[in-house]
Write a protein that binds this ligand. Sequence first.
Ligand code: APR
Length: 240
Amino acid sequence: MIETKFKFSKNDVVIVLTGAGISAESGLKTFRDHDGLWENHKVDEVATPEAFKCDPELVWRFYKQRYFQLAEVKPNPGHLALKKLEDFLGNNFMLITQNVDGLHEQAGNERILEMHGSLRDCFCTKFGTNFKMQDVDLNPAVPLCKECGAALRPDIVWFGEIPYYMNEIDLVLKQADYFLVIGTSGIVQPAASLAYLARMNGAKTIGVNLVPPENMMFIDEFHQGRSGEILPELVEKWIG
Ligand code: APR
C-alpha cells in the first residue's frame, strides 16, 4: 500500500520529468544501471558531436539499433498512468522527458517536451532540414539527405549540446505547484537541476525511482520502486 500526503486538484499545475527508468519495464535499457547502455558503449564514442565527426558510421549503428528496437516495445503502466494524469489536468500538465523513445506519445500524452530529441527523427548536417527516420533510407552506413546529399545525423541532443525547449521548461517550472521526477539518476545536467529550480519556485517535489537519485536532497516525497508498479496507484491517489 503506497502512501502520499499530496492530492492534486484540476487547478494545480503539475510538471513531470522522466528519464530512462520509466521505460525500463517496457524492455529498454537505461544508461547507468548494471548492464545499462553506457556499460556496453563508450559515451565519448557514440554520444558527442566529436564522436560523430570522428566515426559517423559507428554512431549511426548505435542509433539505428536503438531506433529499430522501438518497433518491439510498447508503453508500460507507468507511461499509461501519466496519460491519465494529463487527462485529469489538461493544460495544467506538462511532461518534460529526457527519453528519446517516443513511448510517452505512444501512451497518448500530448503535452510533451522531448528535451534530448527523438530517435524517430534526424536532420541534415548541412542545412538542418528535419526528416522522420521512417522516411529516410537507412541502408547506407551513414544515411544521406535526399535534398542535398549531405550526411544526416540522429536528432539526439548529445553531451556538450544544449537541450531543446529550455525556454519553455523555464516557463513551466515557474508555474509548477508540483514537480514529479521519475526514473532518472539525477546526474545529467541541466535536467538534474530542474527539481531544485522547481522547488526554489515554490513547487512540492515528488520522486519515483528504483534507487534514491543523486538529486535526492531536492525531493520532498520519495517513492522507491519500479515506476510501472508504483505510478498507477500513486496517480489514483493524487487525482482520485
Ligand atoms: N522504475 C523507476 N526507476 C527505474 C527503473 C524502474 N523500473 N529502472 C531503473 N530505474 C532508475 C535507475 O535506478 C536510475 O536511477 O532509473 C534511473 C535511470 O538513470 P540513467 O540510466 O542515468 O538514465 P537518465 O537519468 O534518463 O539519463 C539521463 O543521460 O545518457 C544521457 O541523454 C541520456 O537522457 C539520458 C540522460
